[in-house]
Design a binder for this molecule. Structure first.
Ligand SMILES: Cc1cc2nc3c(=O)[nH]c(=O)nc-3n(C[C@H](O)[C@H](O)[C@H](O)COP(=O)(O)OP(=O)(O)OC[C@H]3O[C@@H](n4cnc5c(N)ncnc54)[C@H](O)[C@@H]3O)c2cc1C
Length: 389
């Protein structure tokens, strides 16, 4: 029977950068996925936004490290992953949102984030042509950015294999075997059994099923979100634009926030949070999404009105109750580690999180890691929701 230090379930946004970190740090690593190749579940549905702009300190710190990894990737490993450091801006069109964003900026600064609340003039400079009717300003965090999820994951994958990680595709994990209902012994798939000391649950929308294999209740529910991409046009703005206003009228239907940016090829990539949330695993596109978001985007940035949409798609956010990931060891099972509940942020969290998990396995966590793990623990109080989810 093949033997590994760590078996990672899931070759997605979290599993692949984690394998990169563990293999690089000398752990014998196996990644198993039931899909035929890397990044074929929800990684490829992500639009590529990467921000450290959260209100949760653990996520700020993890994503700050992720940004260091994404931004230095090409220089270090030679692969262009379409990293672009265009920043993020959350817009304020109401006094309530201005106050919320200003309060959050103070908190974010206290955790070391480079961010400011800027006036409408600065927003108009960043986003030429933006509708400034009632615009009160917004946040601007210049170090955030975007990259291609597929290019990134494929490059992380190749690099992790160079460091010695093994991958098994088209293979489904069906059980995790324990001794005395406590110690991890092996991982069973529909094709083989692999001996291991550690198992990382990085199964995204299927995290709950994997938790069930060790009788652990994982409170992660998938939710459907839709996105789209336009034809390319000359680049005219750099930040990811986040409009946090909810909408509920006959003009644009019911929806919460939406966000979009212009990628390296000049294409606008956009995504909307539906209202109410669509719980479940339905990945079929709807005909309501495009009319909803396009009306909102054109109202915000009228110069988008003649641009053609090329394609839309729908994927899943693996949602936790408080919109923060569930990460780390659990008291109930020795050797089992959660890396689940990434919500709408698994791509941006992956690289920073992978390194932390590798330190956790090697008992090399530092004081910041310990603080992060405490805030993301399986046992935490799930009552406080992330403000900038
Ligand atoms: C429309 C949309 C836009 C988004 N935009 C962004 C964005 O801009 N930035 C961002 O950071 N995030 C974004 N996200 C969220 C992001 O896609 C997810 O948070 C992320 O992909 C989750 O990562 P994961 O590794 O947990 O899951 P996945 O990437 O889905 O990987 C999980 C893997 O586990 C495998 N698996 C599950 N169970 C088993 C099993 N029993 N045996 C074997 N394999 C198994 C699956 O096949 C899958 O490949 C977006 C999501 C959507 C839908």
């Amino acid at each position: 029977m093949a033997e590994y230090d760590v078996v990672i379930i899931g070759a997605g946004s979290v599993g692949v950068p984690t394998a990169l970190a563990t293999a690089k740090d000398g752990l014998k690593t196996l990644v198993i996925d039931f899909l035929p190749s890397v990044a074929q579940a929800d990684n490829k549905h992500a639009i590529g936004g990467i921000r450290a702009t959260h209100s949760h300190k653990g996520k700020i710190w993890l994503c700050q490290r992720s940004i260091e990894i994404f931004s230095s990737w090409e220089e270090k490993y030679g692969d262009d992953i379409w990293w672009s450091q265009g920043g993020y801006t959350f817009l304020a069109y109401t006094k309530e949102h201005e106050n919320l964003l200003k309060d959050t900026v103070n908190l974010q600064k206290s955790y070391g984030l480079n961010i400011d609340f800027v006036d409408p003039e600065k927003i108009m400079e960043l986003i030429p042509g933006i509708n400034n009717n009632s615009l009160l300003g917004g946040t601007y965090s210049p170090e955030d950015g975007n990259a291609s999820p597929l290019l990134s994951l494929h490059s992380f994958f190749r690099q992790s294999r160079d460091y010695g990680a093994d991958y098994q595709f088209n293979e489904e994990v069906i059980d995790i075997v324990t001794k005395n209902n406590y110690n991890i012994v092996s991982v069973k798939t529909d094709k083989a059994t692999y001996k291991t000391r550690f198992v990382i649950n990085a199964a995204g929308a299927h995290a709950k099923e994997v938790g069930n294999m060790v009788d652990l209740y994982i409170s992660v529910e998938p939710e459907s979100h839709e996105a789209g991409i336009t034809e390319p046009v000359k680049n005219f703005f750099t930040p990811m634009i986040v409009d946090i206003r909810p909408c509920s009228d006959s003009r644009c239907g019911d929806s919460k926030n939406y966000y979009f940016y212009q990628n390296k090829e000049g294409k606008i990539i956009f995504c909307l949070t539906p209202s109410p949330n669509i719980v479940g695993t339905d990945r079929r596109e709807t005909s309501s999404f495009l009319p909803q978001i396009s009306k909102r985007m054109i109202q915000l940035l009228p110069r988008l009105r003649n641009i053609k949409v090329r394609r839309t798609w729908r994927g899943l956010y693996p949602m936790s109750p408080d919109c923060n990931p569930i990460v780390g060891k659990v008291r109930e099972i020795e050797g089992y580690i959660n890396a689940v509940g990434m919500c709408g942020q698994g791509f941006m969290l992956g690289p920073g999180l992978g390194e932390l998990l590798s330190r956790l396995l090697r008992e090399k966590t530092n004081s910041k890691d310990k603080e992060i793990l405490e805030t993301l623990s399986y046992d935490r109080d799930f009552g406080i929701e992330e403000e900038l989810k």
